[in-house]
Design a binder for this molecule. Structure first.
Ligand code: PLP
Length: 393
């Protein structure tokens, strides 16, 4: 067993023999190229000048007053393309270019990772194919159009439920078929090693900046909260604080209609150990080990697995994970919009919704950092049509 491929009991490389060559090539390139000073300088330049980093760590005074605790927001919503996904898409696409690949491919659900990858490919002059389930492509027409406008080719997948799980399977197949010339850009801290490590490292800029910004402001955080789909924005911010046991790390999953109903995507709350997309992790599954369909109002959290490092943080109790429902998320989105004039992505609103549960039970005044992983512009249709007439009525 390749020890470094594991986080405790989770991770590994559960892939066909034909893909072994590609993950080994990637591991070597990641270690040699992505760790070099030249690569880091170039990536940091792009993150600063193109993406707009560092993102602020904003003291949300109105929300702090409302909850009676000091609340700071890490503003990943202010990145170019509107979310944290660009940090990773740019890192992997730059690595693909340095490896001499001609094309990047990506899977996408709602289209956010597809748009981020298409953006990076346009900037760096690589071809880009994005695999997307046919159902998702219909639901997210605007993002499909955006990717095409950016010069990417959108491949619609008609298998199974025609959503993210099938798109990922198709992207893995396409990668294996054209393994010499194609680089597979995975959108979260999932997949076979080295992806969960590499994606975490590209996203760790979120946590590193937060740590430096807290220090500069002269404050200590007691809690760090992030939403968890595959888990990349959460690992990105958690990674800088793993060794500081005074800081409580909280991941918030999509509880959908309720974590105790069949309609949720609360993997760590309800799942069991299993294998999905090349990794051993915790998976939502039935008693025969078949992967369950998932439900969440937020397409970005609608995934039946979770990154293996989160499974390990969950099992070792270094981080705690909770689920919030669609209703709670919409209320949190409305609250931040009206208290601070910041409309968060519905994914990020899950992390904000947990404040409602946490704040009343804290016995001393605490400092809480919430990672606002993205902006809500993409979600206005969903919010407008959610239980129509209710949230503004
Ligand atoms: C995709 C997405 C997520 C979920 O992905 P993670 O890998 O869990 O971070 C969260 N927030 C936003 C805004 C997203 O676009």
């Amino acid at each position: 067993m390749n020890k470094k491929a594991y986080f405790g009991d989770f991770g590994g490389q559960f892939i066909p023999e034909t893909a072994m060559f590609a993950v080994e090539e990637l591991e070597n390139a990641y270690k040699k190229i992505a760790k070099s000073k030249e690569f880091k300088d170039e990536l940091n330049y792009l993150l600063k000048e193109y993406v707009g980093r560092p993102t602020p760590l904003y003291h949300a005074k109105n929300l702090s007053k409302y909850y009676g605790h000091e609340i700071y927001l890490k503003r990943e919503d202010l990145n170019h393309t509107g979310a944290h996904k660009i940090n990773n898409a740019l890192g992997q696409t730059l690595l693909a270019k340095k490896m001499g690949k001609k094309k990047v491919i990506a899977e996408t659900g709602a289209g956010q990772h597809g748009v981020a990858t298409a953006t990076a490919a346009a900037l760096l002059g690589l071809e880009c194919d994005v695999y997307m389930g046919e159902v998702d492509a219909k639901r997210q027409e605007l993002n499909k159009f955006r990717m095409k406008l950016l010069g990417a080719n959108v491949v619609e997948i008609k298998d199974g439920l025609k959503t993210l799980k099938e798109a990922t399977t198709a992207a893995i197949q396409a990668w294996v078929n054209e393994i010499e010339s194609v680089f597979y850009v995975i959108g979260s801290v999932v997949g076979p090693y080295p992806y969960p490590t590499m994606v975490r490292d590209f996203q760790s800029i979120i946590g590193n900046e937060t740590k430096a910004q807290l220090k500069e402001k002269g404050i200590n955080a007691d809690y760090i909260i992030a939403c968890v789909g595959g888990g990349s924005n959460a690992m990105g911010i958690f990674s800088a604080f793993l060794d500081d046991k005074n800081i409580n790390l909280i991941g918030v999953e999509a509880g959908g209609l309720g974590a105790n109903t069949p309609y949720n995507a609360a993997t760590l709350t309800n799942g069991k150990e299993g294998i999905i997309h090349g990794m051993k992790t915790i998976v939502l599954q039935d008693k025969f080990g078949r992967i369950l369909p998932v439900h969440s109002i937020s397409a970005g959290l609608d995934y039946p697995g979770v990154g293996p490092e989160h499974s390990n943080l969950f099992k070792t109790k270094r981080a705690n994970y909770y689920a919030v429902t669609d209703d709670e998320c919409i209320n949190a989105l409305k609250l931040l919009s009206q208290k601070e004039g910041i409309i968060p992505a519905i994914e990020s609103a899950h992390a904000l919704a947990y404040l409602e549960k946490l704040c009343p039970k804290l016995d001393k005044k605490s400092t809480i950092v919430v990672n606002v992983s993205g902006r809500g512009d993409k979600d206005m249709d969903t919010v407008m049509n959610y239980k129509k007439g209710r949230i503004y009525g």
